[in-house]
Design a protein around this ligand. Sequence first.
Ligand code: HEC
Length: 170
Amino acid sequence: MDRDQKFFDMYSLVIGALAIAALGIFVLAMKISDRTQEVFTRDGAEYQAAVAARIRPVGEVYLPGEETTAAAPTAETVSEPEPVAAALSGPQVYNSACLACHGAGIGGAPVLGNADAWAPRIAQGIEVLKDHAIKGYQGSAGYMPAKGGRTDLSDEEVANAVDYMVTESQ
Ligand code: HEC
């Protein structure tokens, strides 16, 4: 009984001391973080800049000769116009849109490289050929659909293909 009491006293003492120590550390940690953590955050350049941006006045006054600090549109902020896709070249258009008929002479189409078939057509003049290719053409040999059916092609691209077909067929 005596020893138990002694043990109990000792035990309580140790537990009490530990509890007080833990509390002390906790309070100390709170105090230190109070004085450091937040201050560091508030002093941080990023935080300061964010605050400055939030409380920035809506308008700013510049006196003549004063340097402007506001973000005037610069080369970086002005978006570049979308680059216009370059027109396809004659061979590119021919291979994707004209070859199907003009490669083998489907439906009466004059075959690429056949000078005899092309000579009377070329004699009409390149502008007429381009016009027929762009708008479509019903001839005695067959029907040439407008742009070869590829309405997604630009007039310029179809004209490129006609130039290519004519140079290849002389
Ligand atoms: C569906 C088949 C077909 C496709 C695809 C086609 N053509 Fe033709 N094309 C013809 C036919 C058929 C003729 C002949 C019409 C005639 O003279 O009776 C012809 C004729 C032509 C002529 C001669 C017109 C004239 O006045 O003599 C040109 C130039 C021509 N095509 C260009 C093209 C180009 C460029 C393409 C591709 C963008 C193309 N064709 C795609 C069927 C086609």
